[in-house]
Write a protein that binds this ligand. Structure first.
Ligand code: LMR
Length: 333
């Protein structure tokens, strides 16, 4: 007879101890790009799946296009728990980790597949944890695409960029990259890229096709050279204290949703960029310049000193691990 009483008591205890949430957990997800981009679509898919599978327990609010926070203040807002998730470009973390700058090295990765292979390997995964001491936890890598060079001048050889000013992300590597060309740089928030190009504050920029198109950069840049000289990819991050404060069962479900969203974003990113390349071509406001093999090699050689310059800062082991994903890929072909 004792057993039923013990069972009843343990159930009552479990009910009392379970955290009774009157209010849902709110995840504010802020980012700086348009909805119809790889990151924008990923944020909206995350919101949709969370509402479908954790509705009532977790509420996701998406703030696109720098409408809540922008480049200048989004990371501090995360640390202050004013937003709970971001997906900044990998070029925007140098204040918290120098290792992630590996993604900014020009001509390091042959293509997005090589970037993907590096991100899946141990060194790449290790970088997701490189900011944990700053209360930032990396949840996933999301792709956008390879960067192209837009300008007011036709850029076929590195010397064509000399004397121009380019808008860049807040990255010492990107500043050095353009310095190798004798070009100036302006570190500006993404939300100011179009205005700076339109008003002549800068004469050029670098971004994947989807960012150039969605910000209308092609309407104020008569030339876009298809260099594929680097990558804009993202790290999906959360405030670490917030993330690990979510009840385990709920967090496991959120992480499963993130895996599903990451797969979609990374599967669709290249197609989205190629579709926006075609939209730019059809708009006819920019001439798309293709490079010969020799011309592209000239850009690679001109920018190459940046690798040696940043090897002591990034780490030779990380650069070597990134290089191997290309080499094995080439050997395989
Ligand atoms: C940029 O600032 O150029 C990009 O990183 C914006 C973005 O998040 O894609």
């Amino acid at each position: 007879m004792i057993k039923p009483i013990l069972l009843a008591a343990s159930c009552a205890l479990a009910l009392i101890s379970a955290p009774l949430r009157a209010e849902p957990i709110v995840i504010k997800f802020s980012h700086v790009v348009a909805d119809d981009t790889p990151k924008g679509k990923g944020a909206l898919m995350f919101k949709r799946l969370v509402e479908e599978r954790l509705g009532g327990e977790v509420k996701v609010e998406v703030y696109p296009n720098s409408t809540l926070y922008g480049d200048a203040d989004e990371l501090q807002a995360l640390l202050d728990d004013k937003v709970q998730m971001l997906a900044p470009s990998l070029a925007k973390f140098e204040k918290y980790t120098k290792q992630v700058q590996v993604f900014d090295l020009p001509f390091l990765f042959d293509d997005l597949d090589a970037v993907n292979r590096f991100q899946q390997r141990s060194k790449g995964r290790q970088l997701l944890r490189s900011m944990e001491d700053h209360n930032i936890t990396g949840l996933a890598y999301w792709h956008n695409g390879m960067k192209q060079l837009s300008a007011t001048r036709a850029l076929q050889l590195p010397s064509d960029a000399t004397g121009l000013a380019f808008r860049i992300q807040p990255s010492a590597v990107l500043e050095a990259q353009f310095g190798q060309l004798g070009a100036q740089t302006q570190k500006l928030p993404f939300s100011q890229m179009f205005g700076a190009l339109r008003d002549g504050m800068v004469q050029g920029a670098e971004n994947p096709w989807s960012n150039l198109y969605s910000q209308n950069a092609h309407t104020v840049q008569p030339y876009i050279t298809e260099t594929n000289h680097g990558v804009v990819d993202y790290m999906l991050i959360a405030n670490k204290r917030f993330w690990y404060g979510i009840p385990h069962r709920t967090r496991v479900e959120l992480e499963s949703i993130i895996d599903e969203v990451t797969y979609m974003v990374n599967q669709e990113a290249e197609a989205l960029n190629q579709a926006d390349r075609e939209r730019i071509r059809q708009a006819g406001t920019s001439q798309i310049i293709s490079l010969t093999y020799e011309q592209r090699q000239a850009w690679r050689e001109a920018m190459r000193p940046v690798w040696e310059q940043f090897e002591p800062i990034i780490g030779a082991d990380i650069i070597h691990a990134a290089q191997t994903v290309n080499r094995k890929h080439r050997q395989a072909n």
